[in-house]
Design a protein around this ligand. Structure first.
Ligand code: CDP
Length: 243
């Protein structure tokens, strides 16, 4: 969407003072939920999101079972108080779409063939939303899966890049998402840089698209380090206590 709002000033700073290739502040906590098999709480800029994983457990009802592998069900939900205009509770087109793309991305890295007839449930609850919730939600879900001890080929991670005021920038905030020209959420398996989720809202030239993907992947690698640090912080302490 074109607008008259200036999103980048003369010094190249964005509305919140960030540089073009700078992420919003990110905080990741592993295992805040007692009952879930694995969980994660993430704060990413103004986003506050909880992810809870249950499973692998017997897939029920039985007709959803796959004889050779586990079924992965991610469910993305926005709390009604997470956005300014109260969101009507329950699934809508947007949350169904986000649940689908996140399920498919995570299914790609989980070793589902180790758990025939099982299901793995991943609940992503957005408590506070400030753009980029699918990336933050997938990133939290990946940490929750690792916390649940679910075998994966890699710990997936996501980050978006986009275009504002004619420039390709990393990790759009709320105004940038509303008034910018494009948003490109990307999720990768960071060990191989395989792209496991790629969506685009808005318009980019081929050159800008390449630049945005490269920037998003770079950002995802920074977030990946934070995921690993958070997991180590929990399990390094657990190991110390055990000794
Ligand atoms: O959150 P994400 O960028 O992955 O998805 P989006 O569909 O591009 O939504 C961008 C932002 O719009 C969300 O993060 C929310 O802050 C906001 N939004 C809203 O205010 N009300 C909704 N019903 C849905 C989204």
């Amino acid at each position: 969407m074109k607008s008259d709002i200036k999103l980048i000033d003369k010094e190249g700073k964005r509305l919140d003072g960030r540089k073009r290739d700078e992420l919003r502040p990110i905080k990741i906590e592993v295992g805040p939920l007692y009952r879930a098999d694995g969980s994660c709480y993430i704060e990413w800029g103004g986003n506050k999101i909880l992810a809870a994983v249950y499973g692998p457990r017997e897939a029920l009802p039985r007709h959803i079972q796959h004889p050779l592998r586990a079924v992965v069900n991610a469910r993305y939900n926005m709390a009604s108080f997470s956005v300014e205009d109260r969101k009507r509770p329950g699934p809508d087109r947007r949350s169904t779409e986000i649940s689908k793309v996140i399920s498919e991305a995570l299914e790609y890295v989980i070793l589902t063939e180790q758990f025939p007839r099982a299901m793995i449930d991943i609940n992503i609850e957005v408590l506070d939303a400030e753009a980029g919730t699918r990336c933050a939600g997938l990133t939290a879900a990946a940490v929750a899966l690792a916390d649940a001890g679910i075998p994966m080929r890699d710990i997936p991670v996501a980050c978006a890049a986009g275009k504002i005021d004619g420039q390709v920038v990393l990790d759009l905030g709320k105004e940038e998402d509303n008034f910018g020209e494009a948003d490109l959420p990307v999720a990768i398996a960071p060990r191989t840089d395989e792209i496991i989720l790629l969506q685009m809202d808005g318009h980019l030239t081929v050159k800008e698209f390449d630049e945005a993907i490269e920037l998003a992947i770079k950002g995802a690698h920074v977030v990946s380090e934070l995921q690993k640090k958070a997991l180590l912080a929990k399990y390094a302490v657990a190991k110390e206590v055990k000794q």
